[in-house]
Structures are given as C-alpha cells and as structure tokens.
Ligand binder design. Structure first.
Ligand code: FAD
Length: 468
C-alpha cells in the first residue's frame, strides 16, 4: 500500500515487465498512481526470457540500484538474502596465471553491490509491484501506441485499446516502441558476440580435485580469464550455493535465430580449448539443461527518448541497451524509473508530463551513453589485451567500479537538479550533467565507432568511462 499520494490522480501504462517496466511501475505506484503493465509473454516465469535463462542466470545489481530499492518494502532485504558480494576479483590469462587480484567494493554508502539470482530478483520486483496495486497483464503484446496532447495509450494484439495520461515503453532491445518515439524503425543488430551462460549448484564441483576448493570456499569467488576475443567468468554465490560460468565469444549467427538458444557444453568448451585446466574442469561440470547460448544484441544510442506529443517515453534497454560487460543495464533501468518518479512528484499538481519526460531524457542521456560505452570498453580491454602494458600496469585490466556510477543516487540527483533542468528546457539556461565523471565531455558514438577498434589495440582516448 502506497503512503505517498503525490501521483494519486495519474494513470500510467507501462509496456514490458522487465527490470525497466517493473521498476517504473513501482516508482509510480508507490506514489499512488494507477498503473497497468502490458507484457507479451504468458507469465512471470517466462518474463522476457524462458525459464532456463531465468534460473540459470546471475545479475549484478550495483549499489546505485540497490539504494533505489530502499523504499520498496522488503525488496532490498530479499535481494540481499539471495546475493553474494565478492570482495576480490581475480583476472587471469588463459593459462591460469593471475595478473590482478582486484579489491572490489562490496557496497557504497551501505548499499550492496549484489550478485544475485536474476529470476528471483525480478520476481521480488514483480511481487512488490502487485502488492502496490499494479495491474500486470501477461499475454498482452502491444502492437501500436497512440497519443495526442492530452493522453496516450496502447493497442494490444486482438485490437483492444487502453488509454492513460502517459505511456512508459520498457519493451527492451527487441521492442518496437522506438519506432513510435523516434519516428524511424530501427532493428536490433548483432553486436558480433554471444555468451554461453550457465548457473548450477556449487555441489557439482565438489568431487573434482581441480574444482573442489571452489565449491568449499566460504567466500564468494569472482574470476575472469581473458584471451583473444574470448573471456570466461566464474562467480560463486555462497548465499544460495550457486555457481555461474560464462564464456563470451565471437559469433556470426543471424539474430533471427532464437536469442536464448540452448547451449552445448562441448561447444562452450571448444572456445577455450587448451586454457587453464581449472576453467576446463568447471565447464565439464556444466549441466546441459542449464546452459544457454545468448546472442548479444545491440541498438545504437538514440538522443530522442520522448515522443513528439511528449506523452510516451522510452526507458531501459529500449532507449539505451547495455552489453553484459557493462554490468549495469538493469541498474540503469532502475535509475530511469527513479528519475521519472521523482520528476513527476516534484512537478506537483500542475504536472506537465511532456516537460517531465524531456527533463528525464536530459538528466539521463549523457550518463547512460557513457555506461553503454563502458560495456564496449571493458570488452575491448579484455579481448584485445595489451599484455606488455598489463605487465607494467596490471590495473589496466581492472573492472571499473567508479563512484560516479555506483555511488550515485538517481532519485536524489533528479530532485537536486529539478529546478536547473526545468529552467534549461524552458528558458535555455545552461545545464551541465553532474552524474558523469568530473571533467568528462560527452561525445556521441555508435556501434560502428566501437567496432572500428575490433582486433586493434585502442588508444587512451578510447577509454572514456574510467574516471572515478
Ligand atoms: C547476457 C547479459 C547479461 C547482463 N548482465 C547484467 C548485469 O549483470 N547487471 C546489469 O545491471 N545488467 C545486465 N545486463 C543488462 C540487463 O539485463 C538489461 O539492461 C535489462 O534487463 C533491461 O531491462 P528492460 O526492462 O529495459 O528490458 P527487458 O528486460 O528486455 O524487458 C523488456 C520486456 O518487454 C517485453 N516486451 C517486448 N515487446 C513487447 C510488446 N510489444 N508488448 C508487451 N511487452 C513487450 C519483453 O517480453 C520483456 O519482458 C545483462 C544483459 C545481458 C544480455
């Protein structure tokens, strides 16, 4: 039950029940808005992905997102219970030589950097949305969006029309709402890579002398093996005794193929043939039915997230898809939701929805452009590793955990910047983003720009997300 009634007279429609859609629904409903979610898949267990993916997968939810869960009933408590917070990440070469034991921040300002079970975390969001009175409609694919100056709505397959004051389109990288907002259809593209992803019980590793110490470790482990155009990741979750093992590799298949293909452990093994025997032993224990070969899709950053009439906006991957190596796509979707909720609340009773959405876009675009880029940069540093540079400075391959990203509070930022951003949009007063690294100057980029660096060593100018 919501105690904040600031949006009590607002009616909202949300497309998609992924991290972006559910968190948007929660942020509006906890302020007493009436929210309906339309999701194309048949139920939560298949939400956006099939059951195998949800059960086999892990997601890192950074402190920038876990702090936003604080006002969400017991969601943060539940997420913490099923997550591990590794203290060290070891980066190894393909032969198993450790080049860096990086100390990891397990929290920022008391909020955990949680590595937890993806399906269970999403379920906790769903349960909380339902508790707040959100109406979630499954089997409800949106086929069209309409709007005028006063309202907006969706048409579902089958023809039913649903209207509200605003529509939040959180339909992910494969969604179609970009076309309504941007005006041109663009399709998800191959990012050139796919990832074998697997989650299984730590007990599977107990009986093998090469892997027993992993299963017995009281501390959660996080290890990355890097080689040419391939990296493998192991994380263990001591809270639920789970292990995940991923291998990211070049991929040439067509995206019309199922992007959640069941994986073949022998094929997974083939990408790391001759690598560290410990990694090979882990992969040999991957159960066949707990493995997917997940195509990494991509859409270029777009500047326009808000429709011409201003009542429809894109959030999450539909506006800014993230590669897995950024480790922050879901967290950014939560930041989007918190920003929209805060801005609409700050507007008070004379709510100007188009202005709130444009303020949202202004506050979020440069930051998410950089977090998206971070995924490409990290992948590059692990796939085209300059070993000579690493031998001089092992820190050059570290996983970025900057304060500008993980130590920031999107809700607080939106409240603090509210007057400045509204004045900027209404009167053209200067506005400079403060949720990016100090001194960072935004530059537009796209997938083509990033792919130019494939198979090449990148220069320092390429790495723009590494500031603290
Ligand atoms: C392999 C991989 C690993 C990742 N790891 C991490 C990580 O560790 N940490 C992290 O923060 N992020 C991670 N990410 C990114 C993160 O998963 C995404 O950024 C996040 O899920 C985006 O959420 P979303 O709600 O925008 O989109 P989605 O989760 O894709 O949800 C979109 C929803 O919309 C529904 N939908 C689509 N079209 C329609 C329609 N027409 N009508 C109705 N419903 C529709 C879909 O069924 C789906 O449920 C990873 C991504 C990948 C690919």
């Amino acid at each position: 039950m919501a105690t904040n009634t600031s949006l009590a007279n607002l009616k909202a429609i949300v497309i998609g029940a992924g991290f972006g859609g559910l968190s948007s629904a929660i942020e509006l409903a906890r302020r007493s808005a009436s929210v309906r979610v339309f999701e194309s898949v048949p139920d939560m267990s298949r939400q956006g992905m099939d059951q195998a993916t949800l059960d086999c997968d892990v997601i890192q939810i950074g402190a920038n997102a876990t702090r936003l869960m604080k006002p969400w009933g017991n969601v943060l408590e539940q997420v913490t219970k099923i997550s591990s917070m590794p203290k060290i990440m070891s980066i190894l070469d393909q032969n198993g030589k450790v080049w860096l034991d990086q100390d990891l921040h397990t929290e920022f300002d008391g909020y955990p950097n949680a590595y937890g079970k993806r399906g269970a975390i999403q379920r906790a969001l769903y349960d909380h949305a339902i508790a707040l009175g959100v109406e979630v409609n499954f089997n409800a694919p949106v086929v069209d969006i309409f709007e005028d100056e006063k309202s907006a709505g969706v048409v579902l397959k089958g023809g039913s029309r649903h209207e509200a004051d605003l529509v939040i389109a959180a339909d992910g990288v494969r969604g179609q709402s970009r076309k309504h907002v941007v005006g041109v259809a663009d399709r998800p593209q191959k990012s050139g890579f796919a990832v074998f992803r697997s989650w299984f019980s730590l007990d599977n590793l107990l009986d093998d002398p090469l892997t027993a110490s992993i299963a017995q470790s009281k501390e959660p482990l996080f290890k990355i093996w890097i080689g040419d155009n391939v990296h493998a990741i192991l994380t263990t979750n001591t809270a639920v005794r789970g292990v995940t093992c991923f291998v990211t590799h070049k991929d040439v298949s067509d995206i019309s193929e199922d992007w959640n293909n069941p994986g073949d452990p022998d094929e997974m093994l083939s990408y790391v043939q001759g690598w560290d025997p410990v990694l090979l032993a882990i992969i040999k224990h991957v159960p066949r039915d707990c493995l997917i070969d997940y195509k990494l899709l991509w859409r270029d950053p777009v500047r326009k997230w808000v429709s011409d009439n201003g009542r429809v906006c894109l959030v999450g991957d539909s506006s800014h898809p993230h590669l897995a190596t950024s480790g922050t796509g879901a967290a950014q979707a939560l930041e989007d939701a918190a920003t929209i909720g805060t801005l609409l609340e700050k507007m008070g009773d004379d709510r100007d929805i188009p202005l709130a959405f444009r303020a949202f876009e202004k506050l979020r675009y440069e930051r998410t452009s950089l977090t998206q880029r971070m995924g490409w940069e990290t992948r590059h540093v692990w796939h085209q590793t300059d070993w000579e540079a690493v031998s001089k400075n092992p820190d050059s391959i570290r996983l970025p955990q900057p304060r500008w990203l993980l130590g920031s509070d999107a809700s607080e930022y939106a409240a603090e910047q509210f007057d400045a951003v509204i004045s900027h949009l209404k009167y053209g007063t200067p506005f400079a983003s403060e949720n990016i690294p100090e001194g960072h100057v935004h530059q537009d980029w796209n997938m083509e720009t990033m792919l130019e660096f494939e198979d090449k060593k990148a220069n320092d100018a390429f790495y723009q997300s590494r500031g603290e």
